[in-house]
Design a protein around this ligand. Structure first.
Ligand code: FBP
Length: 314
């Protein structure tokens, strides 16, 4: 998974690795019902989740579908989500409106209500709104997704936009899932977007701003950039589980989901899942690693992931 596996462990096992339980969170009834549907009634159950994101047509463009041309049709992901018994599927509003009706009630829906293309220069990342919380309610969503670029020069506008989305989520009893992604030159010069410093900070920022769930990347230890990180991260080398446990601890009562990234081998993905769930995350949100595989392969892999998660469900 990361170069860290082969590295020595400098500090270990001082992080709690405790997954927050839904019944111990201070949530409105609406949020609780919707989270329960995803984390208990669908997917692996028992408080852990397996989510299928498909907003890549917007974020990366159709080039992500070349690896598996069938995946260009959202029905492909819907079939995978239903047959693979996922906790929820993630769509932008335009796709949800055109494709969800036939699958209504079969798999929970998360509506992503901001996003951007990767065509303009990446110097001031900000995802404008693509929908509203009310639209997500109309579509029958069980959560709303929002990408926050932590550390971007546009962070001020991003915070203002997120605060408004959060207010609407609270009004409608809609759980808010923040894709908390460190981005921009400032973070690149402080160890990079996937450093423990960056991911840990991103988890905490989402918690501070009121996310119910935060989606983060798995922290990576890159020896060549270690010293660029602010203290004490510049000297903090943890094994993968401890690094993720540290991130979960920073997220506190905000449930943590770990994202997949570009396609990797089955073994690498299964390791990422095991380390994450042992560390205390509440679920996996793997996109390209699922639907860039042919259907039977993706279903077989989702079954293996489900088994890993179910060892930790309660
Ligand atoms: P993957 O598992 O395919 O990485 O999907 C997770 C995700 O957050 C998508 O929801 C989003 O489209 C994409 O990654 C954004 O990736 P990036 O910002 O790294 O280009």
């Amino acid at each position: 998974m990361t170069s860290v596996e082969a590295e020595e462990v400098v500090r270990s096992s001082e992080f709690s690795r405790r997954r927050p339980r839904l019944d111990e969170l201070d949530l409105s009834v609406g949020k609780r019902v919707r989270l329960y549907r995803m984390f208990y009634e669908h997917g692996p159950g028992g408080g852990v989740g397996m989510f299928l994101p498909i907003d890549h047509g917007l974020e990366h463009g159709p080039r992500d579908f070349f690896a598996n041309p069938d995946a260009a049709n959202p029905r492909y992901q819907l079939e995978l989500a239903v047959r693979g018994r996922f906790s929820a599927i993630v769509f932008q509003p335009g796709i949800a409106r055109k494709y969800m009706a036939q699958y209504a009630g079969k798999v929970p829906l998360i509506v992503k209500i901001n996003g951007k293309t990767n065509i303009p220069p990446a110097d001031r990342p900000l995802s404008p709104l693509t929908g509203t919380v009310v639209e997500a309610v109309q579509l029958g969503a069980d959560a709303v997704g929002y990408t926050l670029y932590v550390g971007s020069p546009a962070q001020f506008d991003d915070f203002n936009q997120l605060v408004e989305v959060k207010r609407e989520c609270d009004q409608h009893g809609m759980p808010l899932i923040v894709w908390s992604y460190p981005r921009g030159e400032a973070i690149d010069s402080k160890g990079g977007r996937d450093s423990l410093y960056a991911v840990d900070y991103a988890a905490r920022v989402a918690a501070e701003l009121g996310a119910d769930v935060v989606k983060v990347n798995f922290p990576v230890f890159d020896r060549s950039k270690m010293n660029d990180q602010p203290k004490p991260y510049n000297e903090l080398v943890l094994d993968p589980k401890d690094a993720m446990a540290k991130v979960c601890e920073s997220a506190g009562k905000t449930l943590v989901l770990v994202s997949g990234g570009g396609k990797v081998s089955d073994e690498e993905l299964l390791n990422k899942a095991s380390y994450s769930i042992e560390a205390g995350v509440s679920g996996l949100i793997f996109g390209r690693n699922m639907w860039q595989r042919p259907m039977q392969e993706a279903l077989a892999l989702s079954e293996r992931l489900r088994k890993i998660l179910q060892q930790y469900s309660k």
